[in-house]
Write a new protein. Structure first.
Length: 458
């Protein structure tokens, strides 16, 4: 008989609990009994027992008693069955009302660790958890809650168990999860910083910054962070494509240099702000705009008048059409051409035109560009230049057959490039483990890390 049918017949009867529960607290058991119209039996002598719940750590005497009672027709269900049933049929309003009035921390933790609790209810319970102003890894209780969050929302948790209790876990969930309710709950977690190898100022360094790069972040949170006292949080909010126009203007009017630089990167920037940011007296803001926003013909027509930094910024712009990019190449400006060679958003025809310039500085930039087609990469193999080889050896778009050939060259620069390349064959990366310097680079190679986790279970 299913547990649903058993519970339907419990009204006016009692339930005997044997052993320990894991995620159902005393209050949750009482709520279940109240909802089913039953009471808790003191022991097996109770004549009104309608169900026995078989829990954890049951001793042999209790186990024998349960067998005997089941033979008499009294249904015995496992605590896991009851926990799943309770989570699926729980009176949401009654539960949340109880948790709001009586913030039983242990009960909240138990509920958060019950995987049968629906996601929506999980998020509402998470909002009620008191972090006591401490980060998710500063206390055992907070760590337990953070672990429940990662276990539930981190993709493919089964192949990467270590992430569950790693500070990187919540950080990655915050950046990738598309559940707005979870993101709202995570914004209530005291912020913490993770170690960051990148020197890029726009790489998120904290949990809340990670939330702010998530495309799914609700507008209410963007408004909150746009008014934050923390400059970097305001900057990351300024950069978000969902930031409402009125908040863009507010941040422009009151923004620091960092905030204005971020605002200039916003892919949904209000057109009325374009000219003001372009004419900003702050060089970093102006260059940020030139790299990030669609550029008018007027800007591109004045190419001969620009300094080197401006030319490099224009060359990196991801909105350049093929026609405009080819026009820029014809300008002959070296810094502009080299910057275009690094640009991953221009057409194959642009890369071909750049290669045709036959300039070593351009070859070197093309060699590192992942968007460059295999035909040009093949041509670059014929260029006898160490820096070109290093760029090709580090390029994930390079066919593996050529990466294998590079591995035969006993040059430290090329070997280091191969060690960092996620496309380098695993057997080559494994061979580099005996070299302390190369092994350090290999350990940071994401593809190698994924291989180790999958095959060795680290």
């Amino acid at each position: 008989m299913s547990i649903e049918k058993i519970v339907d017949k419990l009204a006016g009867k009692s339930v005997l609990f044997v052993g320990k529960t894991k995620t159902m607290s005393r209050e949750d058991i009482e709520l279940f009994l109240e909802q089913s119209g039953a009471v808790r039996a003191d022991d097996e002598s109770d004549e009104s027992i309608g169900m026995i719940v078989f829990g954890r750590l049951v001793n042999p005497v209790e186990e024998a008693m349960c067998d005997s009672m089941e033979k008499k027709g009294i249904p015995v269900v496992s605590i896991e069955e009851l926990e799943r049933y309770y989570a699926a049929t729980i009176d949401r309003d009654a539960l949340l009302g109880s948790l709001t009035l009586f913030r039983n921390k242990e009960r909240i933790i138990n509920l958060l660790n019950n995987r049968a609790i629906p996601d929506r209810l999980y998020c509402e319970i998470l909002k009620l958890y008191d972090w006591e102003g401490k980060g998710p890894f500063e206390t055992d209780e907070n760590r337990d809650v953070a672990g429940s969050l990662v276990a539930r929302y981190y993709p493919d948790i089964n192949s990467n168990h270590n992430i569950q209790y790693s500070p990187l876990g919540p950080f990655l969930v915050a950046a990738q999860c598309d559940d707005e309710k979870l993101l709202e709950a995570m914004a209530m977690i005291p912020d913490y910083e993770i170690s960051q190898r990148s020197v890029d100022v726009w790489m998120p360094r904290t949990l809340h910054e990670s939330l702010l790069i998530n495309p799914a972040i609700p507008e209410s949170l963007l408004k909150k962070y746009a008014g934050s006292r923390i400059e970097r949080e305001r900057a990351f909010a300024a950069m978000h494509e969902k930031l409402p126009t009125e908040l863009q203007h507010r941040l422009y009017d009151n923004g620091s240099e960092l905030v204005l630089e971020a605002l200039a990167k916003n892919p949904s920037l209000d057109p009325s702000l374009h000219e003001r940011l372009l004419k900003s007296g702050i060089e970093a803001v102006r260059l940020s705009f030139l790299k990030s926003q669609p550029l008018s013909d007027r800007i591109l027509d004045d190419i001969q008048e620009y300094d080197e930094d401006t030319l490099r910024a224009i060359g990196k712009n991801w909105h350049l059409s093929e026609e405009n990019a080819l026009k820029l190449i014809r300008s002959g400006k070296s810094s502009l051409l080299e910057s275009l060679a690094e640009n991953e958003r221009v057409s194959p025809a642009v890369y071909e035109a750049l290669y045709a310039k036959k300039e070593m500085a351009i070859y070197r930039k093309l060699a590192t560009n992942e968007a460059v087609g295999e035909d040009i990469l093949q041509k670059l193999l014929r260029i006898r230049d160490k820096e070109v080889y290093i760029g090709l050896a580090a390029n994930p778009s390079m066919p593996q057959v050529h990466l294998k050939n590079f591995s035969k060259i006993r040059d430290r620069g090329i070997m280091a490039a191969l060690a960092s390349n996620p496309s380098t064959p695993i057997d080559i990366l494994l061979g580099y483990q005996t070299d302390s310097e190369l092994n350090t680079i290999v350990k940071r190679n994401e593809a190698f890390g994924a291989y180790i986790k999958h095959n060795i279970g680290m």
